[in-house]
Design a protein around this ligand. Structure first.
Ligand code: URP
Ligand code: ZN
Ligand code: ZN
Length: 472
């Protein structure tokens, strides 16, 4: 089966040009002028943009947290991703079951039969002992080439600095990339218990007890540990101006340290947590200030930060009230669990489907990013850093035919009516968009056609990744 996407404006990480694109089976087989193939289905993309499908390097589907679970599973989350133009997502495996391989198996049990786009896994390392250290190289046999550590969430997820250093050395030795959640767990615990003791229970205290300085020093600490371990490092969900400054400092020293930010840190501030429905904006790390937003935009534009992920980890705002999802009522306990205590509000928010549409209008449309930077940050760079390029994140012959035909003229008022996340709110409700995905292909199969969903559970393929991906 072949398909020709004709006369579209192709946008890659480095070029913009008009061409036809021939897809044969699951792969892009040719890019050029006036392509022809007998019997091929022709799609006229004149006036449309053609881009590689988005690669989201940071999602949490079906993640147990506090007394609930994130409300998108690997089907509903993947479907939402696809409607927003994303065709690959990398999810985090919690280190919950006994061994690492048992934890990974458990995550395959949750994901494989539901997956609707291609996917891969990072491994959280939240407990390090000799057995875990010995098992790290085996992650590669499971196709996992990246490990995430936390300098926050004391007593739950955090590793101590010495453990992070030990892990970084093992990871480097075997070609795995270490990822860091950078906050100061000790300071957070002190401030949070003081706030609660003083009777401060509202969402804004989530941000007030997780200061930016803790994130800034944790980025520098992570960079210094990585330098001493001679290991590459990737800082997830960067949120503060000072973090970008520290990353810039480390990169200017020639260290292979990379960074990711997320849309929520570009558009929202701690002021949102002061709203009556402030719990909707609770995630960790928290929103900061308008100055932080601006510095992050600048860091994206000047190449200090390499990727935009979503940290998609949605919860219902009011999980006592069902929504209709594919015609069925669904209610999952959510933010209301922390109505009287901000430390009990599940951390995280929806975003996997919002990322490309929101960043196109408010990043490219506002002149903050070029279309090529948009593709680099949301697709090509995550694919490169996590060992998926050029199979993913490119429009090169031989690449998987994960393609988005984007209508730059489509105007809509965005919100829960368009976003397909399985939750009861959208952070961008009422935002006016100019440009939206029109057709989305996964390995040559049309899975989104305008408003129509043509994908299905189980069609997403697990992507095994190789060690030694390049630091960029
Ligand atoms: O609030 C968030 N981001 N929840 C997901 C866990 C994490 O630290 O990424
Ligand atoms: Zn994190
Ligand atoms: Zn996360």
């Amino acid at each position: 089966m072949s398909l020709i996407i004709k006369s579209g404006t192709l946008i890659t990480a480095s070029q913009t040009f008009t061409a036809d694109l021939l897809v044969e089976g699951e792969k892009i087989s040719q890019v050029g002028a006036d392509l022809d193939a007998p019997g091929a289905t022709i799609i006229n993309a004149s006036g449309k943009l053609v881009m590689p499908g988005g690669v989201d390097p940071h999602t949490h589907f079906n993640l147990p947290m506090f007394a609930t679970v994130s409300s998108d599973d690997h089907y509903t989350g993947h479907k939402a991703a696809a409607f927003g133009g994303t065709t690959t997502a990398i999810d985090f495996v919690p280190q919950d079951a006994g061994s690492l391989s048992e934890s990974v198996e458990l995550w395959h049990d949750r994901a494989d039969s539901l997956a609707a786009i291609d996917f891969s896994f990072h491994m959280n390392i939240t407990r390090l002992d000799a057995a875990v250290e010995a098992e790290i190289p085996r992650l590669l046999e499971m196709g996992i080439a990246s490990v995430k550590v936390f300098s926050a969430y004391n007593g739950r997820l955090r590793l101590q600095d010495g453990e992070i250093f030990r892990l970084m050395r093992i990871a480097r030795q075997h070609g795995l990339l270490t990822m860091l959640h950078a906050e100061n767990g000790d300071v957070i615990d002190i401030l949070a218990s003081e706030a609660l003791a003083a009777g401060y229970t509202t969402p804004e205290w989530h941000a007030r007890t997780r200061p930016a300085w803790g994130a800034v020093e944790a980025v520098l600490r992570g960079a210094a540990l990585a330098a001493q371990a001679q290991a590459p490092l990737y800082i997830v969900h960067m949120n503060a101006a000072g973090e970008a400054d520290m990353l810039q400092y480390a990169r200017e020293k020639g260290l292979p340290i990379m960074g990711e930010t997320c849309p929520q840190y570009l558009f929202f501030t701690e002021e949102h947590l002061r709203r009556p429905d402030g719990a909707k904006w609770i995630c960790s790390p928290p929103m900061r200030t308008a100055q932080d937003n601006e510095r992050l935009w600048q860091a994206l534009a000047d190449g200090t930060i390499q990727t935009i992920g979503t940290d998609h980890c949605p919860f219902f705002y009011d999980g006592s009230k069902p929504i209709l999802y594919e015609g069925q009522p669904v209610a999952i306990p959510g933010k209301e669990l922390g109505a009287h205590d901000f430390t009990k509000i599940p951390n995280g928010l929806p975003g996997v489907g919002d990322r490309l549409p929101i960043l196109w209008t408010f990043g490219v449309g506002s002149g903050k990013l070029t279309p090529n930077q948009f593709v680099a940050l949301n697709s090509t760079n995550p694919a490169r850093i996590f060992g998926l390029y050029p199979r993913k994140g490119s429009l090169l012959p031989g690449a998987d035919a994960d393609i988005v035909i984007w209508d730059p003229n489509r105007r809509l008022t965005y919100g829960i009516a368009h976003a397909q996340h399985r939750t009861d709110y959208n952070l961008y409700e009422g935002w006016e968009l100019a440009g939206f995905p029109e057709k989305v292909f996964l390995r040559g199969q049309l899975i989104v056609d305008g408003e129509r969903w043509l994908g299905h559970a189980g069609m997403g393929r697990y992507l095994k990744r190789e060690p030694g991906a390049q630091a960029i």
